[in-house]
Design a protein. Structure first.
Length: 461
């Protein structure tokens, strides 16, 4: 399996090189040359597999340059850190299926991909005798998951930018209380979009990227998306009464990475009727799906901070397919976006979008009310991001189709929102007990590319 750029200006590369490249050197995002279309017999044979075996079957289709036993070992080691034997269990509450993605070490869905990516990096660096300086941006959960994926690993330094004061307190502490020498937290005075733009700019500076061996952990790295494809298959096999029954997945998302993984699963042949894209007030993606309006706006702070994003970095991958796999048009559209402030689509393209996606923007009052109502009716506590997805599903799925809502974080990470909704704090997992009393380390810098570049140069391997 070879990989190409959405912007069409690199020669095809293998999976291992794609993992190490992260962002394509032409500024685009990497995608497989083809997405395998799986037959019914293959999919039916996967129905009873364990999560680890299913992950091997899915990932090996895209990572054929890693020996099978090595890939099995990497997957087994990655998911040994999870607290639930099913890794991503599905629970049913009053007809709503909750796909729990928060049983990893940092209690968020990012662990599913980043535990694997950390082990992949270590494996490939050892194979190549190289070192790496990972640079990433986070709106809350990616940072801690990435840090836990590579903390203490040899030949790896990690630099994580987060918007100062704009994550939940627990999200910030999960990052800044990791004191391993190879971990560097940067709190940038700005928004997540500022952080993400700085990271993309550094990766686009090819001399800097090559000199300091930069590696990507954000969902610009294809391996992140690939690992997330697995749990769509796993959830489907546990929800569909018969193979071939269609289901709907409701995905709270700001960066389009998690829902793009569902789109890949659908293209592979998983019977997904629609993907519901659920957003908060930062609704550029909802405006796109419902009205064809992909225009930049200002970021609004909400109780679901991981979705407080305007510029969705993975959206380019979907646009590549929407534009008929035409890299020249993709390149033109995204080159013009910073100055034009929008991307335009034809009505025929929007009909295709609406055939694949539904969307709902859920505001803060609705989010809190959903947490309260769902707890009152089922006894189950949703985190605010998951509540956005549940609200969207309850409103948009009215025909009896099974609706799977992705639970992207443990509610204890967002205790303030939960208290507003139900009047008490959710119980804390052991990993969060006493976290406020732990020593922490963080550098607060302006959201300035040159200042952050200088910091990395000073601390890099």
């Amino acid at each position: 399996m070879n990989y190409i750029s959405t912007r069409g200006a690199i020669a095809p590369i293998g999976f291992k090189d794609a993992v190490m490249m992260g962002l394509a050197t032409d500024g685009g995002l990497l995608l497989p040359e083809t997405i395998p279309a799986l037959g019914r017999n293959t999919l039916e044979s996967w129905q009873s597999l364990s999560y680890q075996d299913l992950a091997f079957n899915v990932i090996s289709l895209f990572a054929d340059d890693i020996p099978a036993q090595d890939l099995k070992d990497l997957i087994d080691r990655s998911y040994a850190t999870f607290s639930h034997p099913e890794i991503t269990p599905v629970v049913e509450k009053d007809g709503v299926y909750i796909l729990e993605l928060f049983h990893g070490p940092t209690l968020a869905f990012k662990d599913v991909a980043l535990q694997l990516l950390g082990n992949l990096f270590e494996y490939l660096l050892k194979e190549r005798g190289e070192k790496m300086n990972i640079v990433g941006a986070t709106s809350g959960d990616t940072g801690s998951a990435a840090i836990y994926g590579v903390r203490g690993k040899d030949k790896i330094n990690i630099f994580i930018l987060h918007p100062h004061g704009k994550t939940s307190p627990v999200q910030a502490l999960q990052m800044t209380t990791v004191l391993d020498p190879n971990v560097h937290n940067i709190a940038a005075r700005g928004t997540f979009d500022d952080c993400q733009n700085i990271v993309k700019s550094l990766f686009s500076d090819l001399p800097f990227k090559e000199k300091y061996s930069l590696g990507a952990v954000n969902s610009i790295n294809w391996a992140r998306v690939l690992a997330q494809v697995v749990y769509y298959f796993y959830a489907y096999f546990r929800v569909a009464a018969l193979f071939g029954q269609e289901v709907v997945f409701s995905v709270p998302t700001g960066n389009f990475g998690d829902i793009f993984a569902g789109y890949v699963a659908k293209r592979m042949g998983l019977p997904i009727r629609r993907l519901i894209l659920a957003t908060n007030e930062n609704n550029i993606l909802s405006r796109f799906i419902n009205g064809g309006d992909y225009s930049l706006g200002d970021v609004v702070a909400t109780v679901s901070p991981s979705m407080d994003i305007q510029l969705a970095s993975n959206f380019e991958r979907y646009v590549y397919y929407l534009f008929g796999e035409n890299p020249a048009r993709v390149r033109e559209a995204f080159a013009a976006l910073p100055t034009k402030g929008r991307i335009d689509f034809t009505e025929a393209e929007m009909e295709k979008v609406r055939d694949e996606f539904l969307s709902r923007s859920v505001n803060e009052d609705e989010t809190i009310a959903t947490i309260a109502a769902f707890h009152r009716e089922t006894g189950y506590i949703l985190d605010p991001h998951t509540a956005v997805g549940v609200k969207a599903a309850l409103e948009l799925v009215q025909d009896g189709t099974p609706a799977v809502c992705l639970a992207t974080a443990h509610p204890a990470k967002f205790a303030e929102a939960v208290v507003r909704a139900v009047g008490f704090e959710p119980s804390r997992p052991t990993s969060l007990e006493g976290i406020e009393a732990l020593p922490s380390r963080c550098d607060v810098l302006d959201a300035d590319r040159d200042a952050i570049k200088a910091f990395i140069e000073k601390k890099a391997l």
